[in-house]
Unconditional design. Structure first.
Length: 330
């Protein structure tokens, strides 16, 4: 069959080459189905599950073999003590278990067994996707023939530049990514609809969500304030360090006499502030910042205390109203 197929393909190619009216040469490509299947994540995952099943079936077969071996060993040691009827009964039991084991092996690993059947079911959807991708590529790239390297067709030589397997894999991957994005979008829309239904069924959720959003905004504002305060402290420390370095550099560049007395400042220059004055100013600014932060904290504490007091008063008023309503004569 391979021989006739190869001869037919060769004849077609020769006919294409001999046709003088053909505007271009014959464009041929090939794929490696096994390579493509190994690159498809869905197939790899399903293949691993199938291999786990196969390992479980093999383990069951081994357990049955061990059981039969134990029965044979026991029969061998007790054979001289058994009557003819009991001996035949034991032998029939062992023969039945061996037949049952062979049937189970055929059911799981035979030519038409579960392993082959499930593998075919597993490969079929991926093959359909590959065939569709190959057809799209052939139409887009103007291929005349595309073969499967892993099929029954014998390829005596194949140049790598005609291999479009990676192109097929990229096509399948893009399709899967689009499908996954569509699934995520549908899940997001379903989640939003579910939340809206919950809100419609229970209006109190709106108020609860509003309070949660307010608390979240307050937390974010507090974090932002702390971040700004930290940046301010960092900038203050950086300015202070820079000033100290400038003072140190100024001392190094000054001229000092041998007797330890400094020279008079030159005309047109200004001595400016001393290091002590600058340090005092920095300390005063730091103290002012700390005082402002302390005042902010005190204001917040006062506000929280007022809110707590107001809440207690409201609760007390509600409690008093309930008691009055309860004690009111009917």
């Amino acid at each position: 069959m391979k021989k006739y197929f190869f001869i037919a393909i060769t004849s077609v190619l020769m006919a294409f080459n001999a046709d003088g009216q053909t505007a271009r040469g014959v464009k041929i490509g090939y794929i490696d189905m096994e390579y493509i299947l190994d690159k498809v994540p869905d197939y790899a995952q399903a293949k691993n599950l199938l291999e786990e099943k196969a390992q479980k079936w093999k383990q069951e077969i081994e357990e049955k073999k061990v059981e039969i071996a134990k029965l044979k060993e026991t029969l061998k040691s007790e054979k001289v003590l058994l009557t003819k009827e009991l001996l035949e009964e034991r032998e029939e039991e062992i023969a039945f278990l061996e037949t049952e084991l062979l049937d189970y092996q055929q059911k799981r690993f035979g030519p038409n067994g579960d392993l082959v059947t499930q593998k075919a079911v597993l490969v079929k959807p991926i093959q359909d996707q590959v065939f569709n991708a190959v057809q799209d590529i052939a139409e887009a790239k103007k291929y005349d023939f595309i073969f499967d390297k892993s099929s029954d067709l014998t390829m005596l030589f194949s140049n790598q530049r005609y291999d479009i397997s990676d192109l097929v894999v990229r096509t399948l991957t893009r399709a899967q990514n689009r499908e996954q994005k569509s699934k995520k979008l549908l899940e997001k829309e379903a989640e939003e609809e579910r939340k809206q239904e919950m809100i419609d069924d229970n209006p109190t959720l709106v108020e609860r969500q509003k309070k949660l959003d307010e608390k979240r905004a307050a937390r974010e504002k507090l974090v932002e304030d702390r971040k700004l305060a930290a940046e301010a402290r960092k900038k203050e420390a950086e300015d202070k360090r820079k000033q100290l370095l400038e003072d140190k550099e100024a001392k190094k560049s000054g001229t000092v006499s041998d007797k330890g007395t400094s020279e008079e400042p030159k005309e047109g220059t200004s001595t400016g502030e001393t290091a002590e004055e600058k340090r005092a100013k920095a300390e005063a600014a730091k103290a002012k910042t700390l005082e402002e932060r302390k005042q902010i904290i005190e204001d917040r504490k006062k506000e929280l205390e007022e809110r707590r007091k107001k809440l207690l008063e409201e609760r007390e008023a509600a409690k008093k109203a309930k008691e009055e309503a309860r004690n009111k004569p009917k």
